[in-house]
Design a protein around this ligand. Structure first.
Ligand code: ADP
Length: 437
């Protein structure tokens, strides 16, 4: 009994450590705005790297008969996309092929097949090109065109259906996936002002006025946001396991790669310090054995499955913990729920940070102090495997948006789910897009 009480005490402690009351979320919003200003002022001025993408226009939905190809090398998936569009925001045809990136590659060890080695080679090549020209805005564009040609060759080699040589192909842009999502969001709805990816990693971009950007220059991929948000002992343990220690702490509380692992760390400690998992501490000791899709499957609402039989099955089959009693299964569900809720609420605060910077959070004045914000419709395009695949995460995110913004303002914010887009832009009003990369 005493040992069961220990498990419950650990749960309570974890829950308290992950608490995100609205006042705390508003602090995150404000910290984010401060960091965004600092990041726009100078490179290295903030831990939040504000990377610039110069976009002269975004699609309006009037484009017609154009084929777009996009290649996306993400944290867990490699995707190739082909789209044909018609006037009036009509997508005539859309074909996506995707290939999971083998885990041994994302962890940078283990065997490499020829195909995989090529992908790794390409990624390194991109980084080298970016590193070669750190301070110039122009030359890299040329280098990028060359990289795009290489990518296209790669595409034709490995994805023959996409290699329609007869079509005239123009290499248009090499952009961060957030910018692609912003473009697609804008194609469907011109009120789209920001895009957020919540997948294996977390990243966002928004449209900024050029006069708000003090620095000039562009660099490679970076982090989403680091702010001093209380990390608990599990966050710190998780950080220790990663290759980028002391970096991207905020992202590590939100993104798909990490959520399952945070829950596993909590369950492992419970296994060590109580008897709730009998002698399953060893099964729970292996890093990254609880993936985020599994966490999502566990964190189901109890009213959907009163005996939590699916949780029992997952624990047995995936984590080799057989015969768990119902109260233990409830404990596991609760842990997964706490991790999910904190992640979704922090993601919501990050989004409101961007809205506040844009003067669209309903607080009255844009953070520059110059423009009075009008209550107007605002669309944020949100994409990514975690957001799309995990409905409970979306519910928590929406709930937190309402808590931070208030019901009235939250109604003016719409989120749309987009997919990767690349390409051809026409809208004179858009002056720049900034990646918080
Ligand atoms: P990337 O493009 O960087 O590879 P994705 O946007 O494809 O990332 O997102 C993949 C991530 O989304 C996975 O790492 C996983 O953690 C998470 N994910 C995918 N499906 C689900 C799901 N059904 N429930 C919860 N998380 C999911």
């Amino acid at each position: 009994r005493a040992r069961w009480r220990r498990a419950v005490a650990l749960l309570r402690e974890f829950e308290d450590g992950c608490a995100t009351p609205p006042a705390r979320l508003r602090q995150v919003v404000d910290a984010m705005v401060v960091e965004m200003h600092a990041g726009l002022a100078s490179d290295g001025g903030s831990k939040l790297k504000m990377l610039l993408t110069f976009v002269d226009a975004l699609p309006t939905g009037n484009e017609e008969g154009i084929y777009y190809y996009a290649i996306d090398l993400g944290g867990t998936n490699f995707r190739v996309l082909r789209v044909e569009v018609g006037a009036g925001s009509v997508v005539i045809s859309r074909k996506v092929e995707h290939e999971p990136i083998p885990e041994e590659l994302t962890k940078e060890h283990g065997p490499c097949t020829l195909n995989n080695a090529l992908m790794v080679g390409l990624k390194h090549h991109l980084l080298m090109v970016a590193a070669q020209y750190p301070d110039s805005c122009l030359v890299p564009l040329l280098a990028r065109a060359v990289v795009l040609e290489l990518l296209f060759l790669f595409l034709m080699l490995f994805f023959p259906p996409f290699g329609h040589l007869s079509e005239v192909v123009h290499f248009t842009a090499l952009v961060n996936d957030t910018v692609g999502t912003l473009a697609l969001g804008h194609y469907h709805d011109e009120d789209t002002v920001a895009a957020v990816i919540i997948g294996a990693g977390t990243n966002a971009c928004y449209i900024e006025r050029t006069d708000a950007i003090i620095k000039c220059g562009e660099h490679g991929m970076g982090q989403f946001l680091v702010i001093t948000f209380a990390e608990n002992s599990y966050d710190i343990s998780l950080d220790d396991e990663t290759q980028n220690r002391n970096d991207q702490g905020f992202e590590k509380m939100i993104s798909g790669i990490y959520l399952g692992e945070i829950a596993r760390l909590v369950l492992h400690r419970m296994a060590l310090e109580s008897d709730v998992f009998s002698d399953a501490a060893d099964s729970l000791s292996v890093p990254f054995t609880l993936s985020t899709p599994l966490l999502a499957a566990i964190a189901i609402r109890e009213d959907d499955s009163p005996d939590l039989s699916e949780v029992k099955r997952i624990l047995q089959e995936h984590l080799r913990i057989p015969g768990t009693p119902l109260k233990t299964r409830r404990l596991v569900v609760k842990v997964c729920d706490i991790v999910t809720r904190r992640a979704a609420r922090l993601a919501a605060a990050g989004i409101v940070g961007i809205l506040k910077k844009l003067g669209r959070d309903g607080s009255g004045v844009a953070s520059t102090g110059r423009t009075r914000s009008q209550p107007r419709r605002t669309v944020v395009a949100i994409e990514g495997g975690l957001y799309q695949g995990y409905p409970v995460f979306r519910e928590y995110l929406d709930e937190a948006l309402v808590e931070i913004l208030g019901e009235e303002v939250a109604q003016t914010v719409n989120d749309t789910v987009g997919t990767l887009a690349l390409g051809h832009y026409h809208d004179e009003d858009t002056v720049a897009a900034v990646i918080i990369g």
